[in-house]
Design a protein around this ligand. Structure first.
Ligand SMILES: CC(C)(COP(=O)(O)OP(=O)(O)OC[C@H]1O[C@@H](n2cnc3c(N)ncnc32)[C@H](O)[C@@H]1OP(=O)(O)O)[C@@H](O)C(=O)NCCC(=O)NCCS
Length: 324
């Protein structure tokens, strides 16, 4: 049975960079009070990239996908499946994956979206791996892309300072060499009250509350415990020790969550890839953005073992162990 191996990665961030000071000044015009100091101390975030109003998730995803194809040295026609994780799709339908399929002219690819919020990329990668291992696909484009700025209540300082927009992608291909060596996904729908965007369009009207709402402290505690347990479980099942992991790429939500996680697992800070200072929380895009950065800056060279982790709305969470 072939392995599924990451053979290329790419990312795209919208050009507009908004520092904490810029954001605080902008929010002040609405009477919303925040500061660079509060955001840095509570989250570690220094800035975020924000898409201009009207820019769609598929546009960011298409550029990340093209970068990943180029990095892999692959043609779009060689892709037989596109799995795209997002909670901010362009439309109710068609799926954002289909829009990307058209944009890159992946004429031989099936395409669908995965909705698992901030765990989306880990869910999408695991799904893609299963297709490859089953012999149903050889080259899969796995994308995490979001325009989370479009679902934020910019009058709610407890959420709007935390998120950014962006997209990351990998090409996952069938290989005789080890690639993904373990994966485990989880869900608990009873946790909906602590994180949701519980609105939809029905009979032509927005029904419910379409903005992201969160109980920050409850999410914080849940995330630390879920990621800790998930790391132990995926490592135990794969027969590897936490000491064998070269780099952890957890979902980038809050620097304090990452520090607690590292301490609980006994993983030193230098092994934890951090991009949230520059990107903020980009939901399904955060893990592939961080993975791409660590590949491009020379940390994730071939042979290194990486632990990818997602946690987010649903609740959903999970881990993937990848030999690069
Ligand atoms: C959201 C989060 C940063 C808040 O940090 P916290 O230390 O829990 O802060 P609290 O919610 O207790 O708020 C403390 C105070 O800061 C205030 N505050 C909240 N947001 C603020 C902001 N942007 N600027 C200034 N003050 C703010 C609150 O109103 C509160 O004031 P009060 O004490 O006068 O009532 C933190 O809970 C968190 O990161 N949670 C996880 C979020 C997450 O990861 N979500 C995505 C999961 S995928």
């Amino acid at each position: 049975m072939p392995y599924a191996k990451i053979v290329g990665s790419g990312s795209y961030l919208p050009p507009k960079v908004v520092s904490n000071d810029d954001l605080a000044a902008d929010l002040a015009t609405r009477g919303v009070e925040t500061s660079d100091q509060w955001i840095r101390e509570r989250t570690g975030i220094q800035q975020r990239h924000l898409a201009e109003r009207g820019v769609k998730t598929s546009e960011l995803a298409t550029l990340a996908a093209k970068a990943a194809l180029e990095d892999a040295g692959a043609q779009a026609s060689e892709i037989d499946l596109i799995v795209l994780a997002t909670s901010t799709p362009d439309f109710v339908f068609p799926s954002t994956a289909c829009l990307v399929q058209a944009n890159i002219q992946a004429t031989n690819a099936a395409a669908f979206d995965v909705q698992a919020v901030c765990s989306g990329f880990v869910y999408a990668l695991t799904t893609a791996e299963v297709y490859i291992k089953a012999g149903r696909a050889k080259n899969v484009l796995v994308i995490g892309a979001e325009t989370f700025s479009s679902i934020l209540d910019w009058n709610d300082r407890s959420t709007c300072v935390l998120f950014g927009d962006g997209a990351g992608a990998v090409v996952l291909s069938a290989s005789e060499e080890p690639g993904i060596i373990g994966a485990k996904l989880h869900a608990d729908g009873t946790k909906m009250p602590i994180l949701s965007a519980a609105g939809n369009v029905s009979y032509g009207e927005v029904v419910g509350d379409p903005f992201l709402r969160m109980d920050g402290q409850a999410v914080f505690k849940f995330a630390v415990n879920a990621l800790t347990q998930s790391a132990h479980q995926v490592c135990d099942e794969a027969g590897v020790s936490l000491d064998d992991i070269d780099y952890m790429i957890p979902h980038q939500a809050n620097l304090r969550i990452l520090s607690f996680l590292g301490r609980k697992l006994g993983v030193s800070d230098d092994k934890i890839v951090v991009t949230l200072d520059k990107h903020a929380n980009t939901s399904a895009a955060s893990v592939p953005l961080a993975l791409d950065q660590a590949r491009k800056d020379g940390r994730l060279v071939p042979g290194k073992l990486a632990l990818l982790q997602g946690v987010g709305g649903g609740f959903t969470w999970g881990s993937v162990l990848v030999r690069m």
